[in-house]
Design a protein around this ligand. Sequence first.
Ligand SMILES: [Fe+2]
Ligand SMILES: [Fe+2]
Length: 337
Amino acid sequence: MALTDTLSTADGPDSGFDSAVSLLQLVRSMRSTDFRIAEDYQSIWQTANRINWNIQDLIGGDKRLNFTQPFLPDALVGINAIQCLSDEEKLKLNQIRGNSYLSLFGLCEEFILPSVVEHINQIRWNNLYATQAFLHFAEEESKHILLFQRFAEDFEQGFGTVCECIGPAHTICDRILNHHPLAVALTTLHIEWMTQRHYLESVRDNQGLDPQFCRLLRYHWLEEAQHAKLDALMVQDIARSLSPEEIERAIADYFTIVDLLDQGLQQQVQLDLESLSRATNRWFSDVERAEIQTIQLQSYRWTFLWSGMTHQNVGRIFNEIYPSSETQLLEKAKNFG
Ligand SMILES: [Fe+2]
Ligand SMILES: [Fe+2]
């Protein structure tokens, strides 16, 4: 039963008998919901334990990036539509986007990690399967940060010229973590389901990409599948203790974080353009710069904002914690799609 269904059951009837029946139904429904959630935590934790890999399984030694192939599908980087670039220049830009893709994920994981640790503090000993599942979640996110840092070292060595990414990560993360914990959890929900969408819809069956890069994405996606489910439970858990007014404020706060992320993407487009200029040893005219910037900003927004905000599971959770908020979410997403 959704949280909003539970609340409407409690507020409904007004006679004494009806109120008593209603209260009994509420207690029963809450017990069955709590039991279901405890079971969910246990099964997610067990699945997470079956999917265990180490960084050295994926990178280092003979596991190298192949710089003759693209790293990401065009659905996620929108490069084919750029008229002013040759095929070799498009390949360079694709790899620049591969580098920034993982760097941006690493950055997001740096704010997800402390927010999950904070949530574990809130759970304490109330649900030990939840504690186990969230501890595993935090451990995996810290492993992903290290994996992406290791990838950045390999990329720097093989690509040949400097490619900057937005940062420093801790400054951006502190700005995000200054918002309501529910707003941060909703941002995480958006990112986790977005990761699922990227991999399943455009990476999994794509044969033309660098196998090493695809392998990183595949193993990351396998663990993110558990995070997406856990974060949905985390959102519900936080929302359960809040008034509808506070949930409404937290949703508004989430939209502020979305705008903050959008500012970061706009900066990344500029950095990519400089990286491309260095990598191709080419000076771009104002018209060419405008073309690249416009198409790339559209692509970054689609990949990192629109594809998360319009995921059906994200919309469903929004509606569960606050009626009709999916409509607001989809309205906001129109700015980025
Ligand atoms: Fe991750
Ligand atoms: Fe994650």
